[in-house]
Ligand binder design. Structure first.
Ligand code: URA
Length: 192
């Protein structure tokens, strides 16, 4: 795979007309965060607030994500965060297979640029695309696999926790394990 620079990748995403979502989106939402992050979070698709802002996780799910990060000693500045889809699906519907297939190339290039040692899937859509098509988030969240020099796990999506707060305690435990993995794999990285 040819390696693009960050600016080139951004330009491709911003000009993308690869699927129908380019007609309904306000703006594509490229990943954000530290370009030297050792840990990458991958969610599903921008919501309506992200669609307006052009920035991932600025809405209520983002606020909860920040709290979960703070609770385990991580901050947005330590991480890179992105989505499987770069454009908002109308009405927050699930991404179509065809949309995921089109958009996954951008995630592959982001991963090549960031070269994370840890990838955390936020929710079912990211976990089934990245870890395994038959991934069951309810049963398998918090489990780890090691693939291509990278530790992978999945946790509940923050929006799922907002809908069902009984998922919060499990997710806090999963984030504590993520922070432990981060300290183990990247001991030289700053933790506040
Ligand atoms: N939900 C997502 O999956 N991604 C965002 O960027 C915001 C909300």
């Amino acid at each position: 795979m040819a390696l693009y620079t960050w600016d080139e990748l951004n330009a491709f995403v911003n000009a993308c007309t690869g699927c129908e979502l380019c007609r309904s989106r306000q703006r594509p939402v490229m990943g954000r965060g530290s370009l030297t992050a050792k840990i990458m979070f991958v969610a599903e698709a921008p919501g309506s607030q992200e669609d307006r802002a052009g920035i991932p996780f600025v809405g209520p799910a983002g606020k909860l994500l920040d709290e979960l990060l703070a609770g385990c000693g991580l901050r947005r500045e330590n991480i890179y965060i992105t989505n499987i889809l770069k454009c908002h699906p109308p009405g927050n519907r699930d991404p179509l297979e065809s949309e995921k297939e089109r958009c996954i190339t951008y995630l592959k290039y982001e991963t090549l640029l960031i070269r994370p040692r840890i990838i955390v899937c936020l929710g079912r859509v990211a976990a089934t695309r990245i870890i395994s098509p038959d991934y069951r988030i309810t049963r398998q969240h918090g489990q780890w696999i090691f693939r291509k020099n990278c530790h992978l796990t999945a946790v509940y999506h923050p929006s799922a926790i907002l809908r069902d707060p009984s998922k919060l305690a499990d997710t806090q435990a999963d984030f504590a394990a993520i922070a432990s993995m981060y300290r183990r794999v990247c001991p030289q990285q700053d933790m506040p």
